[in-house]
Design a protein around this ligand. Sequence first.
Ligand code: IMP
Ligand code: MG
Length: 178
Amino acid sequence: MDTISILDRKFAKSIPEKEILNSIDRVASQINADLKGTNPLFIAILNGSFMFAADLMKRIDFPCEISFVKLASYHGTTSTNNVLELIGLNQNINERTIVIVEDIVDSGLTMTRIIDLLKSRGVAKILIATLLFKPDALKFNLNVNYVAMRIPNDFIVGYGLDYNGYGRNLKDIYTVVE
Ligand code: IMP
Ligand code: MG
């Protein structure tokens, strides 16, 4: 078994690069078929989606734009009134079709918040493209339109995803070993 150590945890290779890229081929084909002629704006959520965004965009075969954003949280006076903001989105997105490019949908909280922020800016349509989806962890009512890979509810790293900041550079995906 192919295992690595990151900080205090051990991880075993669970999804090799080739399998990741094959799953992105499939999702890109669906997006190419569905969205040609809609002039979509892809919005990739940093940091985790940087590798997925790069490999996905190389496979999109129609004219489109991509923008990279970060979800930032500003602490309010109590823990319940933290203000969330999308940083880096400077263009007008009114009436645009948006494809959110995300690394992983786990509980769905992050995605729900991003969708609320985009809706408040008047977008015409929001679609979600995620590299990974943990169906057993989902706690929010979300329609995830494009899923490259469905995975069990275990912690993973690699291909953009991190454990305490490390592991994003790995070209394969690894699952934590209990
Ligand atoms: P959610 O808000 O619960 O859906 O979690 C989404 C965010 O949590 C992702 O954008 C990741 O940054 C992080 N995350 C969730 N599961 C994992 C994992 O297995 N490994 C690394 N990061 C994860
Ligand atoms: Mg993320």
